[in-house]
Every structure is written in structure tokens, then in C-alpha cells.
Design a protein around this ligand. Structure first.
Ligand SMILES: NC(=O)c1ccc[n+]([C@@H]2O[C@H](COP(=O)([O-])OP(=O)(O)OC[C@H]3O[C@@H](n4cnc5c(N)ncnc54)[C@H](OP(=O)(O)O)[C@@H]3O)[C@@H](O)[C@H]2O)c1
Length: 312
């Protein structure tokens, strides 16, 4: 009996370290003099990414919706990294006006932007202030607008990068242009909306790369793997015991989950892969739907209208 348990434990440890833990970003690229924005940098994958980039000397702006949580995270990261240039700035992605105000404040107060990391994400039922599906707006639409508003500053600071934290959940996503922004009511609809938003993230990165050809701004979509964070906090209560078990058995910790974001922010020589999808610090092919340039273009145009960049 004991021997059986020990064997099981041994197999699990082998499986964890070989398949679940993921690959570490091994470069030591310094970021002194570079400015990074990271949305949702107060917790989870975002905070772990911010800490690593701060340790490399970057000026790091944590763009977060909650002042107390944002300031506390900035304090922790300053203390742990020894880098005093870690700041909180207010950004609520559930409100397009907040995105505009954030961009305005940032552009007026910060001369540089070298790396934009669109990391924040939710799986949450409901409607945003602007009337869109909350999950779709936070994960996709608001980041789309944010990137647009900051593009000129990125152009001034080339070589610069845009990272979007997507997910393997895109495998279950689809792009229904007429309905993708409409709020769902059940948890299942919300979960599917999350999958759609992550597919939209990958398609947007693809189209952005096409539009940025020749500018020296490059962009990358990232799959962090399964990571033990607060992202599952809004799941129904009856799913929580199962989730608890799953997260402790198969999820990586946030530091391991941040490695591909850190890699795409710092690795030299990946510029030729602009527009592509990365997992475990290497290129990965997303689903064929996530490689459909016609859908990517259409989604881009519809997103422009939704966030008010072009007339409907
Ligand atoms: N965890 C995973 O297994 C996994 C897998 C694949 C992809 N991802 C992606 O990884 C990214 C980071 O997620 P995580 O796992 O680190 O989750 P997390 O710990 O829940 O962090 C999500 C972050 O997004 C922020 N956020 C939520 N709504 C926001 C809003 N309206 N405005 C501004 N910020 C908002 C949260 O702020 P508060 O702290 O104020 O709520 C938090 O900082 C997400 O894009 C997620 O889709 C995660």
C-alpha cells in the first residue's frame, strides 16, 4: 500500500516537473531605461511578470482597477525587487472612458513606452458600463482601445513590443461577429465568452502585426498554461471543490505562469515571429480559426466601431 502511494507520488512529481511546471525564461536581458505597462499587474500572472521586469531594472506601471490592491502590489514589488520605479495607475477595463483617461494620464506623465502587456482578464457574467459583455470587454475590447491609444508612443520608442495574454481556452472559442459583444446570462455563456475573447486576442495580435509591419513594433500572443490564480474566483460555488483539487494538482504557480510573458517581453531575436502565439517560451500553432486572416481583419474593423474609433 505504502509502496503504491510512494510510486504514485513519484510519478506525479515526474509529471509535474516535466509537463506541468513549464519552461523558464533563461535570458538575462536588462531593462534599465525601459518603461513597461502591465494591466492587472496587482496579482497572479501579472504581478509575477511585473516583479521579474522590475528586477531587470524597468520602470513598471501597474495599470489596475483597485487603488488599494494596486498600491499594495507596487509596494511589494518595489520592496522585493529593490527597484523604486514601480507605480500604480488607475485603469478599469470595464469602462472605455477609464481606458481613455488612463491613456491620457499616462501620455502626459510618462515620456516612454517600450513594452505594453495586456494581461488583465476575467471570467465574469454581466454587462460592462458600455453595455458590452463584461468578459469580452475586459479581456478584448478595452485592451484593443488601449493599444490603439498608446501606439504613437510605442512608435516613438522603437524597438517596442505589445504582448497579449491569451489562453489555450481559445480552442473552444468562435467569432460570431454579430453577437460576440452581447452579454450572456448563464455561467456557461460567460465561460464561452471567455473562450471567444481569448480567440479574439490571438486574432488581434495577428492583425496588429500585419498593420505594424516595418514599424519596429512587434507583438505576441501568450498562453501562460494552467496557473493557480484568482481567475477562477467567480466560478459557481458547486464547482469550487473540484476546481480546488484541479488547481492544486495540475496548475503552475504564478511565477511559472509568467515565464512566457517575460520571455516575449525580453528575448532578443524573436521579432521575426511578430503576430504569433507562444507557450512554454516557444512558438506554438494555435487553432486554424486563430490563424484566419480574413476573420482577424473583420474582427479588427468591428472592434474599431465598438470602441468608437470609427463610425458605425
Ligand atoms: N490562470 C490561468 O490558468 C490562465 C490560463 C490562461 C490564460 N490566463 C490569462 O492570464 C491573464 C492573467 O490572469 P490571472 O490568471 O493572473 O488571473 P487573476 O489573478 O485573476 O488576475 C487578473 C487581473 O486582471 C485584473 N482585472 C480584472 N478585471 C479588471 C478590470 N475591469 N480592469 C482592470 N483590471 C482588471 C484583476 O484585478 P483585481 O485584482 O482588481 O480583480 C487582476 O489584476 C488573464 O488574461 C487570463 O485570461 C490565465
Amino acid at each position: 500500500m505504502l509502496a503504491g502511494l510512494a510510486l504514485l507520488l513519484g510519478l506525479y512529481v515526474l509529471f509535474y516537473y516535466n509537463f506541468l511546471k513549464g519552461t523558464r525564461c533563461r535570458n538575462e536581458t536588462g531593462l534599465r531605461g525601459r518603461t513597461v505597462i502591465i494591466t492587472g499587474g496587482n496579482t497572479g500572472i501579472g504581478k509575477a511578470t511585473a516583479l521579474d521586469l522590475a528586477r531587470r531594472g524597468a520602470r513598471v506601471i501597474l495599470a489596475c482597477r483597485n487603488k488599494v490592491r494596486g498600491e499594495c502590489a507596487a509596494f511589494d514589488i518595489r520592496r522585493e525587487s529593490g527597484n523604486n520605479e514601480v507605480l500604480f495607475m488607475s485603469l478599469d477595463l470595464a469602462d472605455l472612458n477609464s481606458v481613455r483617461t488612463f491613456a491620457d494620464t499616462f501620455l502626459r506623465s510618462e515620456p516612454r513606452l517600450d513594452i505594453l502587456i495586456n494581461n488583465a482578464g476575467v471570467i465574469h457574467t454581466g454587462r460592462s458600463k458600455d453595455g458590452f459583455d463584461l468578459t469580452f470587454q475586459v479581456n478584448q475590447l478595452s485592451h484593443f482601445l488601449l493599444t490603439h491609444l498608446l501606439l504613437d508612443r510605442l512608435k516613438r520608442c522603437t524597438p517596442s513590443r505589445v504582448l497579449v495574454v491569451a489562453s489555450s481556452a481559445h480552442l473552444s472559442g468562435k467569432i460570431d461577429i454579430q453577437n460576440i459583444h452581447k452579454p450572456g446570462e448563464s455561467f456557461l455563456q460567460t465561460f464561452l465568452s471567455y473562450c471567444n475573447s481569448k480567440l479574439a486576442n490571438i486574432l488581434t495580435v495577428r492583425e496588429l502585426a500585419n498593420r505594424l509591419k516595418g514599424t519596429n513594433i512587434t507583438c505576441y500572443a501568450i498562453d501562460p498554461g494552467f496557473v493557480r490564480t484568482d481567475i477562477f474566483q467567480n466560478f459557481p460555488i458547486w464547482l469550487k471543490p473540484f476546481l480546488f483539487l484541479i488547481t492544486w494538482l495540475i496548475c503552475r504557480d504564478p511565477t511559472d505562469g509568467a515565464q512566457t510573458s517575460i520571455y516575449c517581453a525580453t528575448e532578443e531575436g524573436i521579432e521575426m515571429f511578430s503576430g504569433r502565439y507562444f507557450a512554454n517560451c516557444r512558438l506554438k500553432e494555435p487553432t486554424p480559426l486563430a490563424r484566419d486572416d480574413a476573420v482577424a481583419k473583420k474582427l479588427w474593423e468591428v472592434s474599431e466601431t465598438m470602441v468608437g474609433l470609427t463610425a458605425s
